[in-house]
Design a protein around this ligand. Structure first.
Ligand SMILES: Nc1nc2c(ncn2[C@@H]2O[C@H](COP(=O)(O)OP(=O)(O)OP(=O)(O)O)[C@@H](O)[C@H]2O)c(=O)[nH]1
Ligand SMILES: [Mg+2]
Length: 455
């Protein structure tokens, strides 16, 4: 348990209101020292969940502000400790003055994340939920909000606890084999059964680890590269998609030298549009570096918009396919305003017509980009767990490799004690994600819970 009482501003400066948070054993008496309740009652005499209006005073008698105090009593608070939240006016003078008084009365300024750290240490949430709090605060669109909310509500934790149950079952089966191997009348689980169970668990872990790539794309914006020859209107298209004059547009071939990235929401999903240097043969060294970057960006993209302004040759079509193999591609013909559509000879590629300059076809293109993201599995399903945190991904990858060793061991008919060791490592590694601890007692309990010895 923490003995310190900590305090910190909980709101960003500049708003109409500011909230100062205090947590710890002295939170209530310290607040009582500064606060004069309008109803004359001390906070110490009140139950948790109460709001009290009054004034805050400095030790030298200055009235600092009129405030509302929210009182939370342990364990029914965010941190699990006694907590006080002072809602005052958002002036940085007021907030600093109140904090100064609190520190003079024995509080310590909280470190970054310390309230949430205490919530974890006091068992109010597990580690992955604590991390979700930071993600929730950072969320800027529907998807990142939804992912953080799912994690905060224990989405990952409950999936991990299902996997843990299955791993414990597997461990129990193996330990049973070890403990009673000299009892010839006892039957043990078939090794092929163990193999099947291990494979199922491993698939789940691998799938979770794999979802990290999607999680990253959703968090940072799904990368969409806009590529094509010079002067086809890539920068004009970027500007049209963003509804902003972001990139330089000119009729000089090779205007864009470096890549330009900008994010934008479509239907609550964040996309990262990347304008690139036009593809052409050039002796210009700088332009050549730009073109190499374009090729890199195609590789990193999930969706590639191939922009054209004239009919491509067969070899150009082959080249486009080759460069963007494995990507979701959208072929778009730009400068539709210059074409007489009745005389236009459509080409082999399935194609959208737009005019980046006049805006024609852009909203359809946006729709199409969203559909491609859906097709690539980059939109959220209600029950899907997506890993967005690198620490979780790291633990899942390590758990997967421990379990691979168990699988190899089962294939090679290794003894149960060697397999148990890797299983334990898998369990411990997964437990790192939620910050839980596995004790050998769990294994024992599980043996007697699931099996009846002597049957
Ligand atoms: N008529 C017409 N002109 C367009 C359209 N889109 C772009 N342009 C013009 O085409 C020229 C090239 O546009 P950019 O957007 O700079 O082309 P880019 O593909 O980025 O060119 P680079 O950066 O050199 O590779 C400019 O003069 C634009 O105004 C369009 O839809 N219709
Ligand atoms: Mg350009």
């Amino acid at each position: 348990m923490n003995k310190d009482t900590i305090c910190a501003p909980a709101t960003a400066p500049g708003g109409a209101l500011g909230i100062i948070r205090i947590s710890g054993p002295q939170a209530i008496p310290v607040a009582d020292d500064l606060f004069h309740a309008a109803n004359g009652r001390k906070l110490a005499s009140q139950t948790g969940g109460n709001l009290t209006f009054g004034t805050i005073h400095s030790s030298d008698g200055e009235t600092i502000d009129e405030v509302v105090i929210s009182l939370f009593r342990a364990p029914h608070s965010y941190t699990g400790e006694d907590c006080v939240e002072i809602s005052c006016h958002g002036s940085s003078y007021i907030i600093n003055k109140v904090l100064e008084e609190l520190v003079d009365s024995g509080c310590r300024m909280a470190q970054a994340g310390e309230f949430t750290k205490r919530a974890f240490l006091n068992g109010k949430m597990d580690l992955s939920q604590a991390e979700a709090v930071a993600d929730l605060i950072a969320s800027s669109n529907k998807t990142t909000h939804q992912m953080a909310m799912s994690q905060l509500r224990g989405g990952i934790s409950s999936r991990l606890s299902q996997l843990r149950e299955q791993l414990l079952k597997l461990t129990s089966l193996l330990e049973l084999e070890l403990d009673f191997s000299d009892h010839e009348d006892l039957e043990f689980a078939d090794r092929s059964e163990l193999l099947e169970l291990t494979k199922t668990i491993d698939n789940h872990i691998a799938r979770l680890a794999h979802s990290f790539e999607t999680g990253q794309a959703l968090k940072q914006g799904i990368p969409v590269a806009i590529v094509g020859k010079t002067n086809v209107g890539k920068s004009t298209l970027l500007n049209a998609l963003l509804k902003d004059d972001r990139a330089i547009v000119s009729d000089i071939h090779g205007t864009t030298r470096d890549t330009i990235e900008e994010t934008m929401d479509i239907n609550g999903i964040q996309f990262r549009f990347i304008d690139t240097a036009g593809l052409r043969k050039t002796d210009d060294e700088v332009e050549q570096i730009g073109i190499e970057r374009t090729i890199q960006k195609i590789k990193q993209a999930r969706i590639v918009i191939w922009l054209l302004d004239q009919r491509p040759t067969w070899s150009e079509i082959d080249e486009m396919h080759e460069l963007s193999k494995g990507k979701k591609c959208i072929y778009v013909h730009n400068k539709a305003d210059l074409i007489d559509i009745h005389k236009f000879n459509p080409y082999i590629l399935p194609l959208s017509m737009i005019s980046a300059k006049t805006g024609k076809g852009i909203s359809n293109l946006r729709k199409r980009i969203f559909e491609e993201a859906e097709r690539a599995g980059l939109t959220l399903n209600a029950n899907e767990i997506i890993v967005t945190n690198a620490r979780h991904y790291d633990a899942l990858t390590r758990a997967h490799s421990h379990l691979q060793r168990v699988l190899d061991g089962l294939h090679n008919n290794l003894s149960g004690d060697l397999l148990s060791e890797d299983l334990r490592l898998t369990l411990d590694t997964l437990a790192e994600i939620t910050g839980g601890q596995i004790t050998p007692n769990d294994v024992l309990e599980n043996i007697f819970k699931h099996f009846c010895v002597g049957k």
